[in-house]
Write a protein that binds this ligand. Structure first.
Ligand code: SF4
Ligand code: SF4
Ligand code: SF4
Length: 278
């Protein structure tokens, strides 16, 4: 069980399946709770690569490991109370769409800032809950505005994102308030880049890891290109895919496209070596 499930699952299987974490009363962060988690920042100011800053990048460049470690820990503590993501599976994303309201498609901030993707081509994020009303009222500030969706329309969008190979992720906006169901890939996503390039963990692994059944795998290799985390490899000698579970983020993208149903997701809680790897 991850820290967030311990604190915020409210008896549900995962913290992000607890409807209370989408409630209006949580929309404004409760300062006391944020401080308990070590966060001082205002959620409205948090997010993106900005959390690292110049000092971190310079320390990294000159190989100052102590400073890098200290700033990374500070960034992680701040993000945890304010704005961080966790990988979820397609099935979990579909369940979430049944428990919160309203649901809206919105423009992806990471891709807009990385590539200047115009908003009308950039609707990768699903915004959730009362925050969407604010987005709607101030489209100049919250660029791109929102397109409201029914739960069924949103499920279709999420299934298409999965088909494309984008990682489903929930994001908090004042933890534990959940406001974003994101669809990310490397190198577009700031959270993914912070984790994979700089080792700063504001983008947690999910609750499962993938496993390949070598008896069912036919060596087609389709799963390898679906993995954003370099956890999947292909052995030409054995003509089989294999997974480095320590690298796996549990997104399930490999499993949803395997034509042989050779990949299953297993709970990390049952694997002592991985149970606390977030
Ligand atoms: S977290 Fe993912 S979907 Fe959300 S803004 Fe960043 S890249 Fe876009
Ligand atoms: S997609 Fe399935 S069948 Fe193809 S290599 Fe991967 S595990 Fe094997
Ligand atoms: S191995 Fe599969 S479940 Fe694990 S990170 Fe890669 S695509 Fe996702």
């Amino acid at each position: 069980m991850c820290l967030l499930c311990e604190r915020y699952s409210g008896g549900y299987e995962r913290w992000y399946l607890n409807p209370a974490n989408y409630a209006r009363r949580l929309y404004k962060i409760r300062k006391g709770e944020a401080e308990e988690l070590g966060a001082e920042a205002n959620p409205q100011l948090a997010g993106g690569m900005g959390i690292l800053g110049k000092e971190f990048l310079e320390a990294e460049e000159r190989g100052d490991i102590e400073t890098v470690k200290r700033l990374a820990q500070e960034a992680e503590a701040s993000a945890l109370g304010v704005h961080f993501g966790q990988v979820i599976t397609l099935d979990e994303a579909l369940k979430i769409l049944d428990i919160m309201y309203p649901i809206a498609l919105m423009s992806c901030a990471c891709r807009r800032s990385m590539y200047g993707t115009p908003d009308h081509e950039n609707f990768f994020c699903i915004g959730m809950g009362p925050g969407m009303y604010k987005w709607e009222r101030w489209p100049d500030t919250y660029r791109g505005g929102v397109q409201y969706l029914t739960p069924d329309e949103a499920k279709e969008v999420v299934a298409k994102m999965d088909k494309k190979g984008l990682v489903h992720t929930v994001y908090t906006f004042g933890t534990p308030y959940l406001g974003g169901l994101c669809h990310c890939d490397y190198p577009d996503c700031a959270g993914l880049r912070m984790r994979l390039e700089h080792g700063v963990n504001i983008f947690w692994k999910g609750h499962c890891v993938a496993r390949v059944d070598p008896e069912l795998c036919n060596g087609c290799g389709q799963c390898v290109v679906r993995c954003q985390f370099k956890a999947l490899n292909f052995s030409p000698t054995r003509n089989r895919a294999f997974i480095d579970q320590s690298q796996c983020f549990g997104c399930g993208l490999c499993a949803t496209e395997c034509p042989q149903d050779a990949i299953t997701l297993v709970e990390k809680a049952n694997l002592p070596a991985l149970a606390s790897a977030w």
